[in-house]
Design a protein around this ligand. Structure first.
Ligand code: NA7
Length: 540
């Protein structure tokens, strides 16, 4: 049917990616009137914007897809183990069509502000298209890696050729044939993009600040065992995902690295290296991200493999990650990443040794050498988790700004709610396990939990729900304590906000595991939502 286009929906959802699409579907099923605003010209969120060559998921697609509908899961066949961006986008478009979601989604429209009006106890939401709507509830499905980071490099705007950010890639095809291309950044995005640009470009120069640990993805056909598992026992498999630590099927490790012999460890790592998963080596033992000595074994194993793959010893040395524990920066999966540096048309610039001095009209000067470039790619990441939320002018009670409240770091209850901002729900907010999990499994949990809360409010005649300050302080502290039991806080990473100058250094995701977190949230719901103030309408 046509869009209802109401300016007084029950719920405004911001974003039409994995989170927003499911929120619309489920809240609509619960009888609520929902409007979704999406900045992109189509649905898809992250998978709409990340169109760079090589963009693909690094959690197996059979898991990195919805499990809320058995038929959807069984009917959709992924063509690869790790699907590429166009296929993931096609999947999300299919979901939007299949569940008739589009009629409540307003595309090409960015939400600029959301202000809570204490008199009406509703959110006033304004868009860049000049529309204003009033909603009882505000669901923020804005993504956790969607606010792009363009570093402040001297002369950045002087560059005369085209520049790109991996997270805002143009929709027209980009052809690097015959060009000298520079890539800044070697995180997951750079590591996926670099091998493909190298094949096309005349010359590729990679500017690397921190070498990463990357494992071969061994992409190929979807694993038939997993496909079969969902067909044979859909509910059981889904339950396994939901109660797991990371939202994937993984045998939880039982041994310490330190209690096994060198031979056993080496054999296990060798086997896991062949597996082609993010977790293979990291989760071979239970203390890899908790203990430096344990981590050292895993790190050394990967470092040796890197050295074997790269011909030039100096380049191999520059590509060798050092100075931080494996896993505490988001690890990567790649296809031909290290071998790419054996090509004649690829140059690696280690900017720790040869710092970028400035960008000029014709290239980048690093360590006194000018690298002439026709095109420049920023694979420089995101203002993770808080960036997309603070990119909207959100004001709660007393006109208080979320940006001010979070000046020293985000404070949330369960990563979903924050005091002073009633009837506002974050999907994958800071303090949720989403960033350390298969995000789709986390998204489904968040959306279902919020839907249950809204149903509860409806049934109890409650108009306003708000996190209590004590509860959010306790949760936020719990998130930090859980983080401090690991090696993560020692490393400069986007998990710590360390990639954005001036961003408060706090551990943003919750590392307690999606299974534990789900149980905890379920208990809070079952107990009548302790830590939340629930209030009847102030007007009769
Ligand atoms: P990441 O993982 O944040 O990687 C960004 C890369 O850009 C990383 O290598 C950074 O080096 C580098 N970077 C950032 N700023 C600069 C400057 N000023 N100079 C040189 N190099 C810089 O982003 P991705 O897009 O690759 O991946 C994001 C997530 O998407 C990923 O973790 C997965 O969860 C999916 P640094 O390491 O900070 O020294």
């Amino acid at each position: 049917g046509p869009s209802t286009g109401t300016d007084r929906p029950d719920v405004v959802v911001v974003g039409a990616g994995f989170a927003g699409l499911y929120a619309l579907h489920l809240l609509r099923q619960r009888g609520l009137d929902v409007r979704v605003f999406e900045a992109g010209d189509d649905v898809g969120g992250t998978w709409y914007w990340n169109r760079y060559p090589g963009a693909r998921c690094d959690i197996e697609s059979i898991f990195y897809s919805y499990s809320f509908d058995e038929d959807l899961k069984k009917e959709w066949q992924w063509s690869e183990r790790y699907a590429a961006q166009p296929e993931i986008l096609a999947y999300l478009q299919h979901v939007a069509d299949r569940f008739d979601l589009r009629r409540d989604i307003t595309l090409s429209t960015r939400v600029e502000s959301a202000h809570f009006d204490e008199e009406t106890e509703r959110w006033t939401v304004t868009t860049d298209q000049g529309e204003t709507v009033s909603a009882q509830h505000l669901v923020l499905g804005v993504g956790l890696l969607s606010s792009t980071n363009l570093p402040q490099i001297l002369g950045r705007d002087d560059f005369a050729g085209p520049t790109y950010h991996t997270g805002a890639w143009p929709h027209e095809p980009v052809d690097f044939t015959g060009q000298r291309v520079g890539v800044i950044g070697t995180g997951s995005s750079g590591i996926q993009l670099i091998p493909l640009v190298a094949e096309q470009a005349d010359h590729l120069t990679v500017f690397q600040r921190t070498a990463n640990f990357s494992l071969p993805a061994r992409n190929g056909d979807p694993d038939p065992r997993f496909v079969r598992k969902f067909h044979e026992d859909f509910e059981g498999t889904r339950e396994q995902l939901r109660s797991s630590s990371y939202g994937i099927l993984l045998e939880p490790p039982t041994k310490s690295v330190l209690e096994v012999s060198d031979e056993e460890r080496e054999a296990t790592y060798r086997e896991r290296w062949e597996e082609g998963t993010l977790t293979g080596i990291l989760q071979a033992y239970n203390d890899t991200v908790r203990n430096h000595e344990a981590n050292h074994h895993a790190s050394e194993f990967v470092r040796k493999r890197i050295a074997e793959m790269v011909d030039d010893p100096q380049v191999a040395d520059d590509l060798t990650p050092r100075g931080y524990a494996y896993g505490t920066k988001r690890p990567c999966l790649d296809t031909n990443y290290y071998a790419t540096y054996n090509r004649d048309n690829v140059t690696l610039v280690n900017v720790r040794r040869d710092p970028i001095e400035r960008i000029t009209a014709t290239g980048i000067i690093a360590g006194g050498t000018e690298h002439e470039l026709d095109a420049l790619v920023f694979a420089t990441g995101y203002d993770a988790m808080t960036g997309p939320l603070l990119g909207i002018d959100i004001r709660g009670r007393d006109g208080a700004r979320l940006a001010d409240k979070w000046e020293n770091g985000p404070v949330t209850y369960l990563g979903i709610s924050t005091a002073g901002f009633p009837n506002m729900y974050m999907i994958c907010g800071p303090g949720s396990p989403s960033a350390l999990s298969n995000a789709v499994v986390s998204i489904e949990q968040h959306v279902e939990w919020v839907a249950d809360l809204l149903t509860h409010l409806e049934e109890q005649g409650i108009a306003v729900v708000e996190a209590e300050p004590d509860a959010e302080v306790a949760w936020t502290e719990h998130v930090q304590v859980a983080g401090r039991a690991t090696l993560y806080p020692e490393t400069d990473s986007w998990y710590m906000g360390a990639n954005i100058p001036g961003k408060p250094r706090v551990f943003l995701p919750y590392i307690g595991g999606v299974g534990y977190y789900r149980e905890h949230c379920a208990k809070i719901a079952a107990d009548g939502y302790p830590g939340f103030a629930l209030r009847a309408p102030s007007t009769t």
